[in-house]
Write a protein that binds this ligand. Structure first.
Ligand code: SAM
Length: 342
């Protein structure tokens, strides 16, 4: 009996001792990093918050780029292009990220010390913390699934997402990326500084307050008779209800049979900051940076039915709904949806 218990406990004890050893090794590395981290943090905060405001660049788009950097260095999603871009991007500090996260990155690489940043959760077990990463992997999968089936790809609210570069390089497919004027201009400038080839992408700046993104898209050569993939990732959250509906109706109008609109939605309670204290804090901070969260779908009862009914109002039919955290006993907070014209 005693033997059995010892056997049962051994892996647990071993795990504990391994973790302890990893923490003991990690602490001196972290101490060495502290002075750099202080300078890096100041540099990072200045660039992300002050400089982005000064240049009129989307803060939230910069944060999404930052997560791509993190995933690259923690080995959960290789993205050398986003890393190269970050190095030249005026609203983010590559040094700042390295100096604040470097001790963890080195400890993971040298002796397997993993934190939440270096782990991926199982499908259906996504939590609020793991959403930023799994979201990127899911949209990669969608791109991979359709890139060879469609003639055009449109990415409205593209920010500093570089997904189109590796997936469409050397392919026949036409790519259109749209965003606010300053965000697109800084993106092109940074790509030039980085030396990353991007000449097959059509960048379309839009002044959403007095221009129609559809007119700009058509002027740039979008063909309404061709099969299209729309990637609308993490944009609806920042728009008014009416604008979300109007934008989706416009996308539906631009779609021929076989076209797909891939997008994501947050729950109403997430948008209102009711899901957790961290969400509330993040929401306040993003709001202060000029991009308050606005649109969410009431997912409290039947999230899939709520999403389907919302899309129906926009002239769309959901073909795939991937609900985050579906296997967990938590309130639904986020989903990724593929839809087609009704
Ligand atoms: C969170 S970022 C997402 C960027 C990108 N899709 C990604 O996943 O990295 C939201 C983006 O929506 C853009 N945006 C803001 N207002 C918009 C509007 N009215 N229409 C379209 N895009 C808008 C912002 O400029 C920003 O780039």
């Amino acid at each position: 009996m005693a033997d059995k218990n010892t056997k049962k406990q051994l892996p647990g004890i071993l795990r504990f001792l391994t973790k302890l050893l990893q923490i003991i090794l990690y602490i001196p590395i972290q101490i060495i990093f502290i002075p750099f981290a202080i300078i890096g943090l100041i540099d990072g905060l200045y660039k992300e918050m002050r400089k982005s405001k000064k240049l009129g660049v989307s803060f939230s788009a910069g944060q999404a780029l930052q997560y791509r950097w993190i995933m690259h260095y923690f080995n959960t999603r290789p993205d050398p292009l986003s890393v190269a871009f970050t190095k030249k991007f005026p609203c983010e500090s590559h040094f700042g990220l390295w100096s604040t996260l470097g001790a963890l990155i080195i400890s993971q690489r040298l002796f397997g010390f993993t934190t939440k940043l270096g782990k991926l959760v199982e499908p259906g077990e996504e939590t609020l913390e793991s959403t930023a990463g799994i979201r990127l992997l899911k949209f990669d999968k969608i791109m991979e699934k359709y890139v060879d089936e469609v003639d055009q790809i449109v990415i409205p609210g593209v920010g500093f997402d570089l997904i189109a570069l590796p997936f469409t390089k050397g392919k026949e497919v036409k790519v259109f990326e749209l965003d606010q004027v300053q965000t697109i201009n800084i993106k092109i400038e940074t790509l030039k500084k980085t030396g990353l080839q991007h000449d097959w992408i059509n960048y379309i700046p839009v002044d959403y307050s007095n221009e129609s993104w559809v007119d700009n898209l058509l002027r740039a050569g979008f063909d309404k008779t061709k099969k299209t993939l729309f990637l609308w990732e993490s944009v609806s959250l920042f728009l008014e209800d009416d604008t979300v509906k109007e934008s989706l109706r416009q996308m539906a109008d631009l779609c021929v049979a076989g076209s797909i609109i891939a997008q994501d939605f947050y729950s109403k309670s997430f948008v209102l900051g009711e899901t957790s204290k961290t969400v509330k804090k993040t929401s306040r901070m993003i709001g202060k940076m000029g991009e308050p969260w606005k649109f969410g779908i009431d997912m409290s009862n039947d999230p899939k039915a709520a999403v389907e009914s919302f899309l129906k109002e926009c002239g769309l039919k959901a073909t795939e709904i991937y609900q985050f955290g579906e296997k967990l006993d938590i309130e639904p907070f986020y989903c990724i949806v593929e839809a087609e014209k009704l």
